[in-house]
Design a protein around this ligand. Structure first.
Ligand SMILES: [Zn+2]
Length: 400
């Protein structure tokens, strides 16, 4: 006997509408909607609406969201955003971080997200206070949201007094991935070597901020491809931003994309930040400042997207609804067809699940019962209308 049966749902990668059955925290039954239905304690008639596996917010900064009321000016470059935020971080308290981070998690829940990968800052300013705060939040929300934590050295590792020690400590505390930001340290190679060694030591995946500029010479991705192969870390490395590749001539960018695909490195576009920060000095032929999403897609790279920042010096925008970011990406990458809309939804679900290493993800027998029903009947309308979430389930338990 099933605990719950969703009847007549439209879902990604299924040709016909389906019935989805749940027992405990798992999906145990999937069949095309027909005349017969299995016995279930509860049946929800989707009436042809879209049901998707919960969205993945695969790159977000929780503890530095919602800082606009603390800012006395806007940042006009990445460097300025980093400096301004470092200054603001001095006034962060545990309570204040918790309140702002929880606001983001609540927004994510409302928009159909069931998995978050959070970049949590570890440096001389915050020490491990952000780690402590987000670890507590992870536990508090465990029945509504799975939160993965990346130990993220925003202020660098080797230019911090306690950088090395704090990164080690964060991993010992239970960080799920090793973060890195080679462009914000004294030596990129030294920084990257440390990250790969730490990840290998703790057997954790790697999640990096890289090449966040519009300078075609900024290509730390080439070193990352080499290291990924050396360490046999294929499929376990994710890079975010990589906007500089968008300024590289197409032929060379294509060759690099092929190598990224070959090393199975996942790429995350962060359009809300990337469009805001990059291309600012261009007076004509103004660049969009985004990683070349279509070139990456054409060359079989697992390219996805995420929110990154909400209302802070890096991105003074953001509603917390991941579908707004989806819409922004679709618009700026000119992905306007019904098929493109499905690709965008695939990035928010199955493709990002690969980057986050989520086992048992998705609508399949044996899949975790993280399901969201939207008030839309066509997949395309989930992107176009950003409809209300009618109900959502985390591991078989009702959240909305
Ligand atoms: Zn980030």
């Amino acid at each position: 006997m099933l605990d719950l049966l969703f009847h007549n749902a439209n879902s990604l990668h299924f040709q016909e509408n389906i019935d989805i059955g749940i027992a405990g925290n798992q999906i145990t039954y999937i069949k095309e909607t027909g005349s017969s239905m299995p016995a279930a304690k509860q049946v929800i008639d989707a009436e042809g609406r879209v049901i998707l596996p919960g969205f993945n917010e695969s790159h977000i900064h929780l503890e530095k969201a919602y800082l606009l009321d603390k800012m006395d000016r806007d940042a006009h470059s990445l460097k300025e955003a980093i400096q301004m935020t470092a200054e603001l971080k001095k006034s962060f308290t545990n309570e204040d971080m918790k309140e702002r981070a929880a606001r983001v998690v609540e927004k994510c829940i409302q928009s159909g997200v069931t998995n978050i990968r959070a970049q949590v800052e570890v440096d001389d300013i915050l020490g491990l206070s952000a780690m402590n705060t987000i670890m507590a939040l992870k536990e508090q929300y465990q029945n509504q949201m799975t939160i993965q934590i990346v130990a993220f050295p925003q202020e660098g590792i080797f230019i911090q007094k306690r950088g090395i020690e704090l990164m080690e400590e964060a991993l010992k505390m239970g960080a799920d991935a090793v973060g890195g930001i080679p462009y914000n340290d004294r030596d990129q190679a030294e920084h990257l070597n440390f990250v790969y060694q730490l990840a290998e030591k703790f057997e954790k995946p790697i999640d990096l901020h890289i090449d966040d500029s519009d300078d075609p010479e900024d290509l730390s991705i080439l070193d990352i491809i080499k290291l990924t192969k050396e360490y046999h870390y294929e499929n376990k490395v994710t890079v975010a931003h990589m906007t500089s590749l968008g300024s590289v001539f197409h032929e060379k960018a294509t060759a690099i994309a092929t190598k990224i695909a070959d090393a199975s490195i996942h790429v995350i576009a962060l359009p809300a930040t990337d469009l805001y920060i990059n291309g600012r000095k261009d007076k004509e032929k103004v660049r969009r400042g985004l990683t070349p999403v279509s070139t990456l897609l054409d060359n079989k790279v697992n390219v996805i997207f995420a929110t990154n920042n909400i209302q802070n010096p890096f991105t003074p925008f953001g509603t917390g609804n991941i579908l707004d970011v989806a819409y922004l990406l679709a618009e700026v990458t000119q992905m306007g067809t019904a098929q493109d809309a499905e690709t965008i939804l695939d990035m928010l679900t199955y493709r990002s699940a690969k980057a986050l290493g989520l086992e048992h993800y998705g609508i399949k027998v044996g899949g975790t019962a993280d399901l969201v029903m939207f008030d839309a009947k066509l997949l395309r309308n989930v992107l176009l209308d950003r409809p209300k979430v009618i109900c959502s389930y985390k591991q078989g338990k009702k959240v909305i």
